[in-house]
Design a protein around this ligand. Structure first.
Ligand code: SF4
Length: 209
């Protein structure tokens, strides 16, 4: 079985066991998704979901958030960690969305990554979720699981994305990415992967012993 066939098999099985692959972040618009994704750096989606309802109730539009006082935003996002940088980034991101993109969230990778706080990972989340474009979101889970599966042997996120785009068929890239992410959370954990109970066991060369 070549790498393309393996990645297709992997995707099929993950889609079957994780039928709901929507992001765990709660959002009601593309703008809210961008802000939530920026806040999700170095913390859990659950923690972001604690602060975003209050944030978006107080600043419901990009224009409103763009003009928000930094100190007030720092207080609201404090529990997500790195609160000064995140407050600065989400204000600047809202400003960019408001002023450069007319309150809309752009689709092109280069436009998305020009928004403060939005890197390739975040841009891929937005492109996949909002626009249904093929996306490979290289986070800590995807990096770990795809290395264990032997689909890549690489730690650089940009290179992992590049390599996976070659072996995962385009029409299933988003399903693959979201499925692998969930598998990393619920089965193939960093410390104690549940290889005995894993549906990918026969496709995985990783030795847990
Ligand atoms: S077999 Fe083990 S290492 Fe491989 S994907 Fe499954 S849980 Fe992860």
């Amino acid at each position: 079985m070549n790498a393309i066939e393996r990645s297709s098999q992997i995707t099929e099985r993950l889609v079957a066991i994780y039928p709901d692959r929507r992001p765990l972040l709660v959002f009601e618009s593309p703008y809210q998704l961008v802000i939530a994704v920026i806040l999700s750096a170095q913390t859990t989606d659950a923690q972001v979901n604690v602060v975003t309802p209050g944030l978006f109730a107080r600043f419901p539009t990009p224009g409103a958030l763009a003009g928000a006082p930094q100190r007030e935003i720092e207080k609201i996002v404090h529990s997500t960690g790195f609160y000064r940088t995140k407050a600065r980034n989400i204000i600047a991101a809202a400003k960019a969305i408001h002023e450069r993109f007319g309150d809309g969230v752009p689709e092109l990778m280069e436009d998305l990554t020009s928004i403060p706080g939005v890197g390739r990972k975040s841009a891929n989340v937005v492109r996949g979720v909002v626009y249904g474009l093929p996306s490979i979101v290289v986070d800590t889970h995807l990096s770990r699981v795809t290395n264990r599966l032997g689909l890549v042997s690489e730690s650089n996120p940009a290179k992992i994305e590049q390599l996976l785009r070659k072996v995962v068929p385009e029409d299933v890239q988003t399903d693959f990415s979201m499925g692998i992410n969930l598998h990393g959370r619920y089965c193939c954990s960093a410390r104690k992967p549940d290889c005995q109970g894993c549906v990918l066991r026969d496709l995985c060369p990783f030795d847990p012993t």
